[in-house]
Each structure stands twice: as C-alpha cells, then as structure tokens.
Write a protein that binds this ligand. Sequence first.
Ligand SMILES: O=C(CO)[C@@H](O)[C@H](O)[C@H](O)[C@H](O)COP(=O)(O)O
Ligand SMILES: O=C[C@H](O)COP(=O)(O)O
Length: 955
Amino acid sequence: MNVVTKQDVGTVANVLRGMEKHGQSPWLDFIQRSFTANGSLQKLVDEDGLKGVTSNPAIFEKAMGYGTDYDAQIKELLQTEILSPGELYERLAIDDIRATAKVMYPVFEATKGLDGYVSLEVSPYLAFDTKGTIEEARRLWKTVGAQNLMIKIPGTHDGVPAFQMATDEGISVNVTLLFSLQAYKDVLEAYISGLESRHARGEDISKIASVASFFVSRIDGKIDAAIDKRVAAGDKDAEALKALRGKVAIANAKVAYQHYLEVKKSDRWQKLAAAGAQPQRLLWASTGTKDKAYSDVLYVDELVGPETVNTIPPATFDAFRDHGKLRDSLIEDVEGAKHVMAQQERLGLDLHGVTETLVKEGCASFCDAFDSLLGVVARKENEILAKKLLIQKAELPSDIEEAVKAETETWRKSGDLRKLWAKDASVWTGGDEGKWLKWLDIVDDRLAHVSELEAFASDVKARGFTDVLLLGMGGSSLGPEVIAETFGKHAGFPTLHVLDSTDPQQVKSFEGKIDPAKTLFIVSSKSGGTLEPNILKAYFFEAAKKVLGDKVGQNFVAVTDPGSHMEQVAKGDGFWKIFYGEKQIGGRYSVLSNFGLVPAAASGLPVRSFLESALRSVKASAQSVPPAFNTAFQLGAILGVAATKFGRDKVTIVASPAIYDLGAWLEQLLAESTGKIGRGLVPIDDETLGEPAVYGNDRVFAYLRLTGETSSEQDAAIAALAKAGQPVVTIDLDTKEQIAQAFFHWEFATAVAGAVLDIDPFDQPDVEASKIETKKLTTAYNETGSLPAETAFATDGAFSFFADAKNAGALKGGDTVAILKALFGQVKPDDYIGILAYVERDESTRAWIQSLRLRIRDALKVATAAEFGPRFLHSTGQAYKGGANNGVFLQITADDAADLPVPGEKYTFGVVKAAQARGDFDVLAERGRRALRVHIKGPLDEGLRALSSAIESAI
Ligand SMILES: O=C(CO)[C@@H](O)[C@H](O)[C@H](O)[C@H](O)COP(=O)(O)O
Ligand SMILES: O=C[C@H](O)COP(=O)(O)O
C-alpha cells in the first residue's frame, strides 16, 4: 500500500476524508505489525481520515505467515514460556491488536465511541460452537482490555446466540460472514434483544458498539459465475441474466440497508436509543473487486450512505483515494435494487442457496487460512525450539507416504484433532472413549500440584531410605521401570526397583536386594483389585513387619485411584501416604500421573523439569497444531495407515541402549490400546536389528534415538532398512529427560492410530478375560487345595506338552523336535511368533530368550516377541488374544525350584503363576490361536538349554 509516499500528502486523500460527510466511515481491512509500527497506519488516520481497522484469520495469515516481522517476539516468548502454536499466535495477534487499538484510540475518543475500533476474530474453528464462541469472546475481550476493541463473531446459526450473550454482557461485537438479508435480520434482532436484557437489569448500554459485516463481492463472484455458465449453455433467459451481472451483491446490500433504516424507526429501537444505545451499523466487507471487468472501486463507490462503514482492503483503499467517487449511492434507486432481487429470484439464481454456500465456504476458508497460519507458527516454533523438542523423521516408501498425506488432509478437513482434544468419542467408535482422556490434561494438572511431589521427595530423602520397591503390574509398573532403568540412582536418594512378577524365585531375588527396614514400598494399582500387587503387598508387608513391628505401615505408600480396595487396605494398614490416580486415565496412559511421578519423585528425579519437558510435547500436539505439523499425529497416522492399508502391523521398536526400556512401556501402550476385535498393532520390542533380508513386508520400524549416546550398529542397521524400502520413523531425543516427551508423544500417536484402526484405544477386554480365567483357577485351588488336573498330550524327557484339543491335534505328538517342527510349520509369512516364558526374568533368562528369538527370526523371517509371564499379561497379552490371528505362541512353564507362601491365602506364588499361565493359555486357545505350552521339569537352566537346541533343530 503506497500510503507513505510524499506526493500523496494533502493532495489526494480527500475523497476518503469526504466519506465522513456522507455519514460513512472508512475502515481498513488489514493489519500488519510493521505497518502499524512504522507509522503507516497513523498516516492513514491523519491523512485519509481512517476510522477503524478489521482483521480476520486470512489477514493474520498474510501478516504472520510471510516475512520476519514476528520472529524476534516468537524467540523471546519461547525463551521463557512453553506455548502451543495457538497460544503463541494469540500472543502475537493480541500485541498487534493492542498496538493498533492504541493508534485508533484518539479516533475513538474524538468520535465518542462511534469509530476508532479494531476487530479481533474468535477462532474460526468455533463458527458452529455457541459455547466455545462466547467463552472465547469473553476471554479475548478481557485479555486485550481495550475499550475500542470489537470481538468478531461469525453470524452463523450458532454464532448469533453467542453474539446476543456477548452484547448482553457488554462486549462490543463485529458480526461477520453475513451474506443474506435473513441472517442480517437475525443478527440485528439478537443485538436488540441483547441490549434489552442488559437494559432490563439496569446496566449501561451506551458503551456497547456493534457492526454487522455484510459481505459483498463474494455474492457477485458466485452469482456471476452461475450466470456465465447458463449463458454459455444457451439459456433462454440469457439476456435477462446478463443484465444482472455485477448487480446482485450491491442490490442485496441496499435492501439490507433498508431493513436497518426501518428497524431504527421502530418503537423498540427508539426506547433503546433513548437509553443511550448505539445503532448496530452495517459494515460492508469483502469490498475488493474480484472481477477485473468491473471498476476496482465498485463496492466502495456504490455503497456510500449514512451510518455505515466500509472496511476496505489496502489496494482498494489506494484505488479509492486515487479515483473513488462520492455520492449517496446506497439510497439511490432502491426500487431498482428490489427489482434486481426479484429478477434473480424469478430467474432461479437462488441467492438463498448461494448465501448458505457462502457462509459454509467462508467458515471453511477462514479455517484453511488459520490452519495455514498455525502451520507457519508451528514451523517457526519447531525451528526455534529445535532440540528442546523431540525431532521426528519419517522415511516412508512413496505409497505409504501418499496415503499418510491423504489421511492427514482428511483429519485437517474434519477438524478431528480438535475433536480429540474436546474429548469427543466420535473420533473413535463413539463409545465411552471420551471418559478416558484425562491424560491429555494431566501434565498441566500435575505441574499445578508439583510442590506436593517435591515435598514428598524431600521427605523420602530425609528419611534416609536406601531402596524403593514398587509393586505393581503393567500400567502401574512399566512407566516406573523406564524411569528406574533410564535414570538409575540419584545421589542422596534411594534406588528404585520395580517388581512385576509372581515367579517365586523372582520375588525372592528382589527380597534379597533390599533391607525392609530401610525400604520404601510403593504399592501401585489403579483399580486396587489386581491380584499381583495385592499378594506382593501382603508378602512384603509381612516381611517388613517382622523388622518394623507396628510401624510397618510407615514404610508403605499406595498409589491408587480414589475409592479403590487398595485405598482401604492402605488406610487400614496405616500407610505413610496415599497418592491418588485419575479415574479417567487408563493404566497404560498413566505414566505422567502419580503412577509414574510418585516413584520418580521418591527416587530423586526432578519432577518439575520432567513435567515441563512433557509439557513441550503436549503443546506440540495441541489442538491448535494442524495435523501436518503435529508430529505425534503424524506418527499415529503412519502406524494406523501402514497397518490398515499396507498390512504392516508389526511395530518394531528400536531404542538407544541408554533408553532401551522405553520399549517395554511402549509395547504395552501399543498392544493393549490397539490389539482388539481382530486387528491392531503388534509391538516387537528389543529384537536386535538384522540385515534387511530377514524382514518381510509387515513391519514399521520406530527408532528412539538418544542423540548423545547413539549406537553406530543401530544407526547403520536402520539406514540399511530405510534404504531397502522399509518404513522407518526416527525420533531423536536430545536428553534422557525427554523420555517425558516421548511418553506423551506416543500416547497421542496411539490414540490417533486407534482412530485410524477404528477401535477403542482405551479398553482392554481380553486382558480382563485371562484375569477371570486365573481367578477361577486360584479360587478352585483355595477350595480344593490343588489346581484342576491337566494331561499332557505328549512328554519327552524333561518336557511335557500341553494344548487344547485343536492345537494338540494340529501338533500331533512325537518327540520334542517333531512337536516344535509342527508348531513352527504353521508359521506363514507376515505372522509373528511369541515366546511366552513364565520363569524368573533375570539377566540370564533374558539373554537366553533374546538369542532364541533371533535364531527363530533369522530362520523363519518373521517377527518375534520375547515375553515373560505374568508381566506380559498386563501388556502385549491383550493383542495376542484380541488382535489379528497372526501370532503363533510357544508358552514355557517350569517347575519352581522353591515356592513362597502368600500370607492369608492357601495358594502360593507358584500356584498363582501356574494359574496365570493356564488362564492365559485357555484364552489363547479359546480365541483360536496357534499355541503350545511346554513345561520343563527339573533344573531350569538345563531345561532352557535343551529347549533351545530342540527349537534350533525344528526350525
Ligand atoms: O468481516 C470483516 C470485517 O468485519 C472483514 O475483515 C472480512 O473478513 C473481509 O472483508 C473479507 O473476508 C474479505 O473478503 P474477500 O475480499 O476475500 O472476499
Ligand atoms: O496395566 C494395568 C495392569 O493390568 C494393572 O492394573 P492396576 O493398575 O489396576 O493394578
């Protein structure tokens, strides 16, 4: 806009100034930071008599989306605050609006509140949301805090009630996106009603200003196009149609203005006017000429009239200054305008339909502009924050990449990410998903209460505990385990151990690691009813009581949901503290709630900065981030699309050695969330990478890479896989602390993948099924003193083989190698093999299972899962039973060298573990899975060695 050139001064500005004499105020449909800052806006006020400014999402997109005007402030804000792109945009926009309001304030004062306004629009995403609109209008009104502000609200069916409420509350509003006479009438009615209700309460109505932004040129754009089409098609009314070209928009505006004049005369209005009310002026918007065949000032020249505003885009402003003409055009030939309106109707141009379409398109195009604006802000934010955020890189074959792009665009158009944040279950199956989404807000919530956790940490330190032993399963143990394994011991704090097994040997080993008198026990169970933490609590409580006597409870802390059985137990047993979880968060999404934070604090992890790191991830996935820029969404879309459209359902998790245990947490999240109703993602964790040749076409590789401590073998293997055309997503963590970000990132991605898979990612129906089977068996044991008898279908030396009738039939029998051959012979390409070992999980068994799985993978070229029972029952077990039937399972049980009693029960830990294995197998069989159980008699290490060599011979 050439407003600052010298020769313009005092010469050609008069036509704009002259508008005032005709009762019309020229406003500017434009905002830009540099334009305000360098005095250009002031110059328009001084020289052209500019009386107001409007903005909209498209205007801010142009202002912020290009150039560097805002970069310095973005950097400055991000240095001290953790903001989402939406929050960042708002801060920038509000500063612009405030600066503009300051420039316009003298006009506001001089015109006694008639002019001098600057408009700020509510988020375009709220155009069909009354509640959201009024809330945002209130918030923006308060935050900007300028008398000469107008909040812009779209005049949609849902916007109008919000506008009425805002008026009633004393907020000045610019109602935008008005195209039809009827919509305008509704808006004026709402304005009057809003003023009336406020006046009836005795409140001042004289300070409220309002304009109704009636869009002009877009009407001609649509109507003219329809005319041209019909004329080209040889319409019989071609001449009459041609005569309407470029006429309907102005006629429509003139007729609307007549309505304004009539209402002003009404008694209703007169009463309000007497009480000091200001009329709601019509504001002509969309007044830039689009059709080059018309005058470039058509929609200014032809709409001049008293008590109106024209918000003019910069180029039109310049053009009007140069060659605009002033006359009272608005009230000229009103009959002619009515005739045009009647003609368009007679000729079937359907102005009604056109205006409805224009409202929808107008809302959609403001959303598009806002998406693009927020995308730019998100990109700038990512560039500035750089390594403070996880950095995700996807290397995808082109067909998957295209499909992910299409999925992204579907989500952008549907606004489903905003629905996800609004906890709208329609994003998934429309079931009760909305009740399980508190994890979206938990980081903010915990940060607000972080001082409680910090106080707990100092108390733990002060009490001088040497160890913390957490007793829990799945969602209650895996997050704490990642924290323990990743961060190790913090100086001055106890060492954190996590016990999630009923294997008697494993329980004993943990008991051996601690001194109960100097140990803080954290009993962790969301439901409070899970068997394992209850019996582990019973065991260690009794053990600790032996040394601590009546004070034993003081060494125990519970983390549980309010009202649970565990809460009662903790109260009854005089636990030192009870920390509560959130009922609206499922176990596997609970790591950033007290379930992860309490053990983290107890072990000395600085929870505040951990949570602040997590908050960065929350903000990076916020509802304001368009899907293309939301990396957690992208991850979820890749996993969902790769599984549903390309048969790549095995998510192979690779993690740098220092953060290796993230995979254990992640496999629960992915498997339990998605593996159900015959579909889902199968996580493959900790399977050392091989040559590209050992993989089929059923995988996606997710590489969690700690940049300072990478493994060159992993890097090379991943590079080779990407080169070979395997889909690879690499997520770089700059610090270990960023596992906090990874937690939220993956939770969000999993929720998205669940939506793509069209499942409920928050239930776990099949985990419950095996819990029920186990319960039946332990109850039977308590009643009869033994587990129900079972018969092996074959035995061979130290091995006995068990299966249901169908599996036993398929495996036939014979010696160990023959049976194993029959089992592995059933494996097809794209299947996976699960080794499910109910033995102590220690270094040597982990090394054993790892080497076995790799031999199987390399021989059969299928994915392998290496799991320990009963731990995996609360994790991947869900997918094995509920997901696709593409798993082949070898369950391993063994005689326990020694057993341990469970205080207060007839059954022992060994019995529980046996019941769990049998319950697990029964459900696998019942779900038609290919499965075999091998039981090892005698010394475990010998049995495992013999089993390995038999498997070696069988594959
Ligand atoms: O509604 C107001 C002012 O109240 C304007 O900012 C309005 O949004 C703009 O005039 C239009 O969006 C511009 O429309 P167009 O020139 O793109 O058709
Ligand atoms: O993943 C959850 C486990 O099944 C444990 O559940 P819980 O925390 O209710 O004891």
